[in-house]
Ligand binder design. Sequence first.
Ligand code: SF4
Length: 375
Amino acid sequence: MSGLYLHIPFCKSRCIYCDFYSTTSKENLLPAFVKAVCKELEVRREEANNDIINTIYWGGGTPSCLPVKAIAQIFDTIQKHYQIAPDAEITLEANPDDIEPQFITEIKELSINRFSLGVQTFNNNQLHFLGRRHTGENARKAVMTIAEAGFENISIDLIYSLPQQTLKDWEIDVNTALELPIKHLSAYSLMYEEGTRLTALRNRGIIEETEDELSVALFNSLIDRTTTAGFEHYEISNFALSGYRSRHNSSYWNNSPYIGIGPGAHSFDGKYSRRCNKENLMTYSCNPGHPPHSIEKLNDAERCDELVFTALRTCEGLDMEILTQKFGNKIARHIIANAQPHIAGGLLSQNGNKLKLTHRGIFLSDMVMRDLMIG
Ligand code: SF4
């Protein structure tokens, strides 16, 4: 067993681009939710098979919305029912406006050793547009408060290709991030997800999506600046100083097993089975330990496609020897044949058994991956 994921579905307000499951009301359900999380951890402990838990990730939603007492109660339950590695990576996602010295002092008493801060941008106009509650200055101060409290493993999230964002704006964001004592940076292109206010604004013609050419320039500038600052570009959207890759996310990309707890949380047994808890706080809280969920059984073609998709996103690339061991020669030959035009076209490189996206291939990764998939 590799990881535990805890989905905390509370937010103080909704950001206009977000399609993650969370609620801004129903705080009255918090005690029942915490109780249900503890019960689900207990009921599903068998799924860990007594394996060591190497990573714990508090995501959401906004885990930093939770009272520290609730975080401690859930932690106690984890420690009671699971074997945690002494050097486990334990990440708390947090919003900059929740980072007060008092909160950090109390969190320090728990075993959390990594923060992932949802900064998104340091530009106040863009933050306001996105519906974030913090300012650029709040974000800078939050990183410093966490660092000064002795947490060294700090990651921040940024978003690029924001409406009306210029290359200069983005360079300021990346430079500001790199001046801070962070060890890890995740940077995502803004996605227009169905059902979000952002997509409604675009559909009504109030905002426009960023042109492809500018998006490529923003991404290139990101890669240049981060790698010059000593960060390794180890996954399409992720950059880390040496020794600070996200171990939890890396386990997703390696197809390792994990247990997801909470409404909307996903789990994977590392082989054939994915589980998804229903996205409903009320039913989750009213069925402690036994939340409604669905289970999807993956066939070989789907598992192979997942391996292709996740491996090609990483700087290690797709190891065809591993793929052949798992899925056989016929499938491997099919993938290699479909890779040939992209190798010839400079979007993929082949080095021994490894297929990797080239710098140019990263921009067309969706198309390349689609062509290599067999499902
Ligand atoms: S704080 Fe995070 S989870 Fe909550 S709405 Fe904003 S982006 Fe989504």
